[in-house]
Design a protein around this ligand. Structure first.
Ligand code: TRH
Length: 385
């Protein structure tokens, strides 16, 4: 068996958690499942620390979960040796001295540009294509994650299904306890809420408060938790809070480590997620979910949402598909402030069982193209000379 490849992954945090979240997950999976030696360079270690509290933000070099974590600072550490594969995540660029060293080596390391996840049709056509560097005699290969055959797939650890299956009722009880709560009362609908500032959260909270069933909204600490506190008129900022009015109970949870975010999703009946990584994890949770797409200029995110819903809802019964799209549009403010969100929610609620069944089928469908880390490792093995 050939020796595992060595990897450098470069990541700049644009905003929020997603850039670091995807790179961290990829790095850990390559290290654990491919036995690869992985070095991850991140410009904001504090973001990585939020996702993985074992990361110490003050260390210039540390080994965490099998990955060598390095701060990516302006000053490049001299005499840093090259690795076989270099992943430039989300167009973050590479340090000049590193590129200079790549030019000096024959053959140069394999340079892979990892792109954002999208269900758009052109992704499969562009995935894996080489592209000459505009100035330098170096090729870069574009690696596109995706949901369809011909794309790079999406990240999914080999043991995820087993972890999820083993979680069960006891796991849920333990999850709530660890966050400072008892298990939600039987019969309540449990929903997690993770979204960007634009989401019409107050309108949804109002539906839930005045609805006809008990709802527990689990809100990880952050921007959305602030909105929920304000909705309830709660001024204190204690880490764990339970707020109640009408049929709604909101639970403000601590921001959990990434490894435990799955447990939050598995502890809920419906998940509101956003961006890229939480969106993918909600799919693996095999529960109904509503995606808040990362807002882009000139409404480019509308196409991302539409193309995803087109693929996801293929085979879903018509009523469920229609209300999934309506609620997704309203949550993403696609057509201005939502009108009759309460009606949409009521209809969505009626289709939760159908959406639940569909969620498992989707996992089987996406699983057939293999997971992204395995696909990426194979892609690299095929090209490293
Ligand atoms: O944080 P995000 O919005 O990240 C991104 C960035 O905005 C990025 O610039 C953009 O391009 C990209 O989205 C599309 O959403 P995302 O991708 O879901 O990342 C959030 C991560 O945080 C994910 O790994 C789950 C994790 N998480 C926790 O670990 N604990 C928590 O309590 C919560 C709520 C999330």
């Amino acid at each position: 068996m050939p020796a595992p490849l060595t990897w450098d992954i470069f990541c700049r945090v644009i905003d929020n958690y997603g850039d670091a979240a995807v790179c961290w997950r990829l790095a850990c999976q390559l290290a654990r499942e491919q036995r690869a030696r992985v070095r991850l360079w991140v410009d904001q270690l504090a973001v990585l620390h939020a996702l993985c509290p074992d990361v110490n933000v003050t260390l210039p070099r540390q080994q965490v979960s099998g990955v060598e974590v390095r701060p990516w600072a302006d000053e490049w550490p001299p005499s840093t040796e090259l690795n076989d594969v270099v992943v430039e995540a989300f167009g973050c660029g590479l340090p000049e001295p590193y590129v200079a060293a790549m030019l000096a080596r024959t053959p140069p390391p394999l340079w892979i540009t990892l792109e954002y996840l999208s269900a758009e049709a052109w992704v499969a056509e562009h995935h894996g294509l080489p592209s000459p560097h505009p100035r330098l005699p170096l090729d870069r290969y574009f690696f596109f994650p995706g949901f369809a055959a011909g794309t790079g797939g999406v990240l999914r650890e080999g043991d995820l299904a087993a972890r999820r299956a083993a979680f069960g009722e006891a796991g849920r009880g333990e999850f709530w306890r660890s966050c400072g709560f008892s298990s939600p009362t039987a019969g309540s609908l449990v929903v997690s809420l993770f979204a960007y500032a634009g989401a019409p959260a107050e309108a949804l909270l109002k539906c839930w408060e005045h609805g006809n069933e008990p709802i527990v909204a689990a809100v990880p600490d952050g921007h959305m938790a602030g909105r929920v506190r304000e909705y309830f008129g709660a001024s204190d900022r204690v880490a764990t809070a339970r707020l109640r009015r009408g049929r709604l109970e909101a639970r403000i949870l601590p921001f959990v480590p990434q490894l435990r975010y799955d447990e939050l999703l598995w502890s809920c009946d419906i998940n509101f997620v956003r961006g890229e990584d939480s969106f993918v994890r909600a799919q693996w949770a095999e529960r109904p979910f509503i995606w808040h797409v990362y807002p882009q200029e000139a409404g480019a995110h509308r196409l991302k949402l539409d193309t995803f819903l087109d693929s996801y809802a293929a085979g879903l019964e018509r009523g469920a598909a229609a209300v999934l799209r309506t609620l997704s549009y309203q949550w993403n403010l696609m057509d201005g402030p939502p009108v009759n969100l309460a009606d949409t929610w009521r209809v969505f609620r009626q289709h939760v069982e159908a959406l639940n069944r569909h969620a498992s089928g989707w996992v089987g469908h996406v699983g057939r193209i293999g997971d992204m880390a395995t696909n990426l490792a194979q892609f690299a093995r095929d090209r490293v000379k």
